[in-house]
Design a protein around this ligand. Sequence first.
Ligand SMILES: Nc1nc2c(ncn2[C@@H]2O[C@H](COP(=O)(O)OP(=O)(O)OP(=O)(O)O)[C@@H](O)[C@H]2O)c(=O)[nH]1
Length: 861
Amino acid sequence: MQTDIEKHSKMEDVQGAFVQQKNRLLNALDNAKSIIHDLQLFNKDWTVRYPQLKDNHSSSEPEHADDTFLTADASKAARRKCLRRSLSFADDPSFQADVVVTPSKKGMPRSLTLASIADQSEEPQDDDDEERLISPSDAADFHVFRLDLKLGSHGSSSSPAALVTQLEKNSIANLLDGRIAAAMAHIDKLRSRVEDTSSKVLVTGDLNAGKSTFVNALLRREVMPVDQQPCTTAFCEVHDAAENGGKEELHILKEGVPYNKDDESTFTRADLSELDSFVSENENVQQMLKVYLSDGRSPSESLLNNGVVDISLIDAPGLNRDSIKTTALFARQEEIDVVVFVVSAENHFTLSAKEFLWNASNEKAYLFIVVNKYDNLRDKAKCRRLVLEQIKQLSPRTHEDAADLVHFVDSSAALQSGSTSFESLESALRSFVLVKRAKSKLHPASTYLTHLLSDVDLLVGANAIVAEAEAERAREDLERSRPVLEKMKSTKDALEESLESIEEAGATRTRSKTKELLNLALDRVGQGKPGVEKSLISLPPYPGLLGIWEYAQEVRKTLLASIDIAVKLAEEEARVTTSGGVDKIANLGDEYLPEGVERSRRVFMPEAMFNSLADKKGRRQSKRYSGTGGAIVAGGMHNLGIGLAQRNDMLETTFFDIFDVQHQFWVTFGEKGAVDEDPNLTALSVVSVGLGALTMVGGKTLGVRGLIEGMVRVTDLFGNETVRKWAAPVLGAVTIGTAVYLVWELPSTIPKTVGRRIQAQLVKRDETLVGANGVVSQAVDDESTFVGAHAERISRETRKVLRLASWDLRGRFKTAMDERGKEVKGAEDVERKAKRAVEKFREIERRAGEVREVAELVNSA
Ligand SMILES: Nc1nc2c(ncn2[C@@H]2O[C@H](COP(=O)(O)OP(=O)(O)OP(=O)(O)O)[C@@H](O)[C@H]2O)c(=O)[nH]1
């Protein structure tokens, strides 16, 4: 027999255990909610993938149909194979990995390991295999997060490939998001159910079985009206007065209005003493009453004031044909945790009682049965046997636990003087209410938590595998692309330098080559020979004295044309040089551009250089140098533009092309040297001027006769006496010279004369380009001459082409570098994100493990 102290401490144990479990579970629920909330948030950052685990048929089949003869090792291996699954993702069936799934078991998370890794680490704790094998299919399934992906109208939607067309990664992530949200809402519900400490005990039974007497005995007070006649038609719900601010009171509920003890409009307040009369006056009305009572006993004794659960006792009407349905309905309600069925020992179970018990035992597996009025019985043993037999049929589970759940008492005796049997009933009822409550309220929550955490394990395990794979891929990408980028960064300047030097070298070479060619040509022309080789152009034949004018014209034309050819040759040379430069730039491209970058597709066409477009440009530029009188001559392939031989100003033949008298004088009378440009005001110059005047006489039709006549006229000029003194020898010399000249020298002199004049004309600097102070800057000096201008033009063209080619390469280099930069940055981002994801998933796994430990404890309790 239990002493009071023992009972007391047992009760406290039960209460303490309940409170502890409840708090642990609440804590676990909160943590689980925060974990999945984190997962939900992370799902926005990193699309959480939905894994699908399939049987790996190739290896899950046992290799031997009869494994009786399998060695222990082989059997272990076969068992492990059973847990092998093929992991893929709904949104990406191309991802396939063999994994080993470890089902969650007590204190251990469900885990996914890549098969390759699992095979390497031979599991030392193989003893547990049996346990793991209990539900290998369970291991692969989601409980809470299971998505019904068989959506859409496509019949073949069960195949993952078809799913991909319907659901993208994001929509799956959204579905998952929805599931997580639903799980969070469910956790909230579970939480409030666990937190809700109210519990209702419904006391019902046959008419007049003594239910009210029993309730009074429990309360140790005569509160409920007791009558020998069946009287109670009301549902009296007894609460601790503490719930009503410590005030004992009767609340009469209004029909059809939801009761709220803080809202007076939902009930009528009455004094507790009025209960008796109220019940007897309203015998035929099914009334709902709330009775607030204070129980002075200690929490370890009192049922109402137990310190753990807010218990309310409901004294229901006795069962008869009218009330059985109402009461049955009442008993089915969620908040009814315990049904106490009072049966009279004298009558046993009536038909109504049997019907009610049968239904109620389906709803609540365990019923608390009070066999009342037991003291008055003579054959107590018989009664006990018969009642228990009946219970066995009506509620087998209750019968199994009869020692705790079926009590034979006498309520009226207990109410008067107390009884040990009633006290043990009370204690059994208390622990039944409290413990059952733990089972009925805490168990579903912890089971749900276990499932949820197991799903979290599967989800994060699979996602960690993908994230790791992604991080690995990013690392590989980085290993490949980072050195390329580094190399490009470090060689950028060298490339730049090489390009500049190729450009510069090309332009310099073209300039000097052009100068060399044209200077040579001008020298030759100056000597009366064509500026280029004879094979390219030759002087016209000498037609004789009478065709001398035309001859001079032709010679001039030919010599000019030969210079034009020299210009073309210089351009040709420039093309070769430019081609070389372009090739070098292409080689630089091969050297500096990373693999896989498209090389320049531009094909350099040397013939396109110096084309008409360039001409136009040239001419436009020439405007700036208009003073050179078009010294910039574009030759071009087809002799487009204005070559020297096409320029009227250059073609104009003058008398001096035939008789360069001044020159002849210098040749004849010594003082070789300053032949050209400085006609001093000497007598000779006077003669020269006179002879020059002859041109006015003849013009183009000037013949020999005209020439001589002109010369005679000149003599008239010399009227002056002093002049006459030295004019005669001069004139004589001129005459003799002229005669010799005419006969012998003219055919060879004319080309020389013409050539010299052309040379002089072309070598002459453009005066307009000389600065006001008379200083000619080097560049201008260069460009102001025929050779300089061409050298500049042609080298500029070379530079232009080379610059284009190097710009192209620079552009490609820059683009390639930018792309590699982006690639590297992208891969770095992916790696960082994936690493963070792996960390996050591992962290969630760890936290889930911690919560599981707590939840698992609740379960095992
Ligand atoms: N001897 C004895 N009489 C009891 C016992 N319990 C109840 N009674 C008597 O049985 C009669 C009915 O008691 P109630 O408590 O009113 O029974 P009830 O089940 O509440 O009745 P209804 O609510 O009307 O169905 C009363 O006269 C009680 O005094 C008991 O344990 N022993």
